[in-house]
Design a protein around this ligand. Structure first.
Ligand code: HEC
Ligand code: HEC
Length: 256
């Protein structure tokens, strides 16, 4: 009896998972989808899904559409609205849906192009990323800990952080320099600041709590402390490596 109930339960679970996996996540499908999207959809939904004539595809609403609804909306359009139907073969519909999903999917659920091992080597080596960032306790300060970055950001966001660090500065990581009345200068990121005090995390991981009266000059930077990477190939390998960093898959997170 128990067993029968259990197997009915697992059949239900299986079909649930099958439902969720109608849309491919591999990078060739996403890339093919990007090409279709640029021609057929970007005019109304924007080149990065930000929306113009049509709604944003980055909103919570669009990212929560079940697979089947998303596929149907693309294939059949949304009657009574300006969203047209796209009578393409199901392979192409799947590809463009894969691209739409990639716009909001956490990087860990995607397979970005790029070599994970090369990304790892660059991160801890020539790229000097680990001088400012920690992954599972290895690395330095004052950049954000990247142990879970694959679950927190999309691959597109990770790529943007690497190539254009100043485009969006992570909360609590604005660069700051405080010249103290007593002489020394403290540099790092401003964890917190108001009219009375500032907390600065320096590159050695020390948190300085300073009152405004102690400070001769306080400079908050508009540009990120992080240098940009202009080498597109290295950036792709870095994205592949960082996309794998998720604390939900603790074992092997560093090596795979
Ligand atoms: C002529 C403009 C236009 C084009 C081209 C277009 N869309 Fe749309 N799309 C819309 C509009 C308008 C809506 C909102 C309809 C509504 O009011 O619900 C929409 C809705 C959607 C939705 C549902 C969003 C939500 O939040 O429910 C998805 C997904 C979508 N479009 C994907 C696509 C894809 C993929 C393509 C290309 C294959 C595409 N659209 C091409 C105008 C367009
Ligand atoms: C000088 C220190 C420094 C170096 C070197 C550095 N970073 Fe950063 N990084 C930061 C700081 C500070 C931030 C937060 C401010 C911001 O968002 O720009 C950041 C942000 C990031 C983010 C975004 C984190 C988030 O939560 O969205 C990523 C991803 C990242 N860095 C990756 C890298 C990679 C890859 C390298 C090596 C090529 C690198 N960093 C080198 C300091 C650094």
């Amino acid at each position: 009896m128990r067993r029968a109930i259990f197997s009915i339960f697992s059949v239900c679970l299986c079909s649930l998972f099958a439902q969720r996996n109608l849309i491919p996540t591999d990078s060739p499908a996403v890339e093919a989808g990007r090409q279709i999207y640029m021609g057929a959809c970007s005019g109304c939904h924007g080149a990065t899904g930000e929306g113009s004539q049509g709604p944003s595809l980055l909103s919570g609403r669009a990212s929560r559409l079940p697979d089947r609804t998303l596929l149907n909306s693309i294939q059949n359009g949304l009657p009574g609205t300006s969203m047209p139907n796209f009578p393409m073969g199901s392979e192409k519909i799947n590809q463009v849906a894969a691209f739409v999903r990639s716009l909001t999917a956490p990087a860990i659920t995607t397979q970005p192009a790029g070599d994970v091992e090369r990304g790892k080597r660059y991160f801890f080596g020539a790229g000097k990323c680990s001088t400012c960032h920690m992954i599972l306790g290895q690395g330095g300060h004052p950049g954000p800990d990247l142990s879970n970055i694959g679950s927190e950001r999309t691959s597109g966001q990770i790529l943007e952080s690497i190539m254009k660090p100043s485009a969006r500065i992570a909360e609590g990581y604005r660069g700051v320099v405080a010249a103290l009345k007593s002489g020394p200068t403290i540099q790092g990121v401003a964890k917190n600041h108001n009219n009375y005090s500032v907390q600065i995390l320096d590159k050695d991981g020390r948190l300085h709590l300073l009152n405004r009266e102690e400070i001769a000059k306080l400079e908050l930077m508009d540009a990120s402390l992080m240098p940009s990477t202009s080498d597109a190939a290295e950036a792709r390998h870095l994205v592949a490596f960082l996309a794998r960093q998720s604390t939900r898959m603790k074992e092997g997170a560093l090596s795979k």
